[in-house]
Design a protein around this ligand. Structure first.
Ligand code: ZN
Length: 294
C-alpha cells in the first residue's frame, strides 16, 4: 500500500541555524518558534507575512505561551519568563542543571498548564539529560532521567497518555500521564524509525502523530495504534526539526528546519535549510495548551 504524500512550501525564508519548537498562538493568529543555536525567539503572522524576533542571549530550547499573555522559555540551563516582545526576561523556577554538559531542548505545555521540557547532551552521545516539569509556582521536578536528546512531546485528547521521543532511540514511547501530579509511568515503545532521527512532533484531531524526521526531508504521520506510517509531508530541506498545527482552522501545518549538523557541502546543496515551511495535509490539530502561573 502506498503512503499518501503532501508537499510543503516555504512560509518564511530565514535560514535559521536550528529552527525548532513551533507553537501556534490562536489568540494572536501568530506562530512562535525558536532558533536554538541562533539564540532567538521568532514569531510570524501568516496573514500579513510580518516577522519579528528577539535575542535571548543563550541557546533557547523552546518557547511556550502563558495563559496571562506572556511567554515561558527553557533556555540553556534554566527557565525564564518574558513578555511577548522579549522584554522583561527573568529567571523563573527552581532547577539546577549542569550547563557545561547539557542544554534545554524541546518542551511543551501539558493539558493542566504545566511545562514539560527536557535537556540534551551537548555531544549528543551520553544519556545525561532529563525531562523536567515546571509548575506555575516555579516548582520543578524530574520526570525521567538517562535521556540523550530530549525531543517531541504530545498528549492524547484525554490528556492521559504522553508520547515522547528521545531522538537516538529512534522510536516513539508512550507513557501513562497523571493529570493531577504530572507523574509519568508505564513506558512502552509504540513506533520505530530507521535511517532518520525522529525529532519534534504534533498530534492531530484523529489521534495520529506527525513526526519531524531529522535527516529525512519529511514529516511522517504515524498511527500510534499500529506504529505504521500513514502519510508523509515532503519538505525541501534535510534537517526537519519540528511541526505544529496553526492557522484560523488549525489545519495549516508549520514545519521548522535547520542547517545545524550539515557539512559546508551539504549546506550548499540544501538552499532552504533553516526556513519555515507550511503544508495542508487535510487534517487539523488541537490548540496549544497555555502555561498557568499560580
Ligand atoms: Zn527537536
Amino acid at each position: 500500500m502506498g503512503v499518501k504524500a503532501h508537499e510543503a512550501d516555504i512560509a518564511l525564508e530565514l535560514h535559521a541555524q536550528l529552527g525548532e519548537g513551533p507553537v501556534w498562538d490562536e489568540r494572536a493568529q501568530r506562530l512562535f518558534f525558536v532558533d536554538i543555536m541562533g539564540q532567538r525567539v521568532h514569531s510570524f503572522e501568516p496573514t500579513t507575512g510580518q516577522h519579528q524576533n528577539f535575542e535571548v542571549g543563550r541557546p533557547v530550547g523552546c518557547v511556550v505561551l502563558r495563559e496571562d499573555g506572556g511567554l515561558v522559555l527553557a533556555a540553556h540551563d534554566g527557565f525564564f519568563l518574558a513578555n511577548r516582545d522579549g522584554s522583561g526576561l527573568k529567571s523563573f523556577g527552581d532547577v539546577e542543571i549542569d550547563g557545561a554538559r547539557v542544554r534545554f531542548n524541546d518542551g511543551k505545555v501539558c493539558p493542566r498548564g504545566r511545562l514539560l521540557a527536557g535537556t540534551m547532551d551537548w555531544t549528543k552521545q551520553q544519556p545525561v539529560g532529563a525531562l523536567y516539569i515546571l509548575r506555575g509556582d516555579g516548582g520543578v521536578s524530574v520526570l525521567l532521567e538517562d535521556i540523550t536528546i530530549s525531543n517531541g512531546l504530545a498528549w492524547t485528547e484525554d490528556g492521559r497518555t504522553l508520547y515522547y521521543i528521545d531522538t537516538p532511540r529512534q522510536q516513539i514511547d508512550a507513557f501513562d500521564f497523571d493529570l493531577e501530579t504530572g507523574a509519568i509511568s508505564n513506558r512502552r515503545p509504540i513506533a520505530s524509525f530507521t535511517g532518520v532521527a525522529p525529532d519534534g512532533m504534533a498530534i492531530d484531531s484523529e489521534g495520529c502523530l506527525w513526526v519531524a524526521c531529522w535527516g529525512g526531508y519529511r514529516v511522517e504521520r504515524i498511527d500510534p495504534g499500529t506504529g505504521r506510517a500513514l502519510e508523509t509531508v515532503r519538505v525541501p530541506a534535510r534537517q526537519v526539526s519540528s511541526v505544529a498545527f496553526g492557522g484560523p482552522g488549525l489545519d495549516e501545518m508549520y514545519i521548522t528546519t535547520a542547517w545545524d549538523d550539515l557539512t559546508p557541502e551539504q549546506r550548499a546543496g540544501d538552499p532552504h535549510a533553516g526556513d519555515l515551511f507550511v503544508a495542508h495535509p487535510g487534517v487539523s490539530g488541537p490548540p496549544a495548551y497555555r502555561f498557568k502561573m499560580t
